[in-house]
Ligand binder design. Structure first.
Ligand code: 6GU
Length: 228
């Protein structure tokens, strides 16, 4: 997979050289490049924003640099992802779908957002998705892009050193949150690991884990259980 990120703060994406994405790049499964939006300006002040038509607070990102940047980095097979709190909500299903793509371009806006014509024009040439991480507001799309990239990249076939760990995790196919996990020592600060996990009875362990996953989901995320 190839991932390009366009931002006025490309240094945010330095974190991708660490950990998961760093390993995937080293293994040749992934190529990530961050681009500075200001490199695509043509005026001497390298300006990327201006006041909103219709008035209101804040600034809006100008269309011209975005047009130039997307024309430069986007290939025919690419999907353009625009992180925005007004997008469709990103879920594990989104991550799974995107992990099968060959090229993702993240267009990270700041301020009050990007001139809508950028997305409208891009949508005439490429697939474009405006995606949100949830119901809260970040100052820009960079941190959201980092989160989405990590969620996608760990699903690329051949990427995880232990792919079994993908089978049983929160937001997996059973729609349940992950059960609680424990490791040694069996007793710590007078708290004991549940006996069943030490029993060696695999059927009993599976049943206990399922019960805890259901309890936890009902308690923390009743919206996932179908009943609100
Ligand atoms: Cl994707 N972007 C921004 N700026 N804020 C957010 C978000 C995205 N998702 C939740 N809040």
């Amino acid at each position: 997979m190839r991932i390009d990120v366009i931002s006025i703060f490309p240094a945010y994406l330095d974190a991708l050289q660490l950990s998961l994405a760093g390993k995937a790049q080293a293994a040749g499964l992934l190529e990530i490049a961050a681009h500075d939006l200001r490199e695509f300006t043509r005026d001497k002040h390298r300006s990327v924003d201006d006041t909103p038509y219709g008035g209101g607070a804040g600034m809006v990102m100008k269309p011209e640099p975005w047009g130039e940047a997307l024309d430069t980095v986007t290939t025919d097979e690419a999907v353009i992802i625009v992180p925005t709190p007004s997008g469709e909500v990103f879920t594990q299903r989104t991550a799974e779908r995107l992990s099968g793509e060959r090229h993702l371009v993240f267009a990270c806006g700041r301020y009050e957002g990007i001139d809508q014509r950028v997305m409208d024009h891009a949508a005439t040439r490429w697939r474009v998705e405006e995606i949100s991480l949830g119901d809260f507001v970040l100052n820009g799309g960079e941190v959201a892009a980092l989160a989405m990239i990590e969620a996608v990249v760990r699903l690329i076939p051949g990427f995880m050193s232990n792919p079994e760990s993908l089978v049983e995790e929160s937001h997996g196919d059973d729609g349940l949150l992950e059960y609680p996990v424990y490791t040694k020592p069996a007793s710590w600060r007078e708290l004991d690991v549940p006996d069943v996990l030490l029993s060696g009875n695999h059927a009993a362990i599976a049943a206990w884990r399922r019960e805890k996953a259901v309890e936890r989901t009902q308690d923390r995320r009743p919206d996932l259980t179908g009943e609100m």
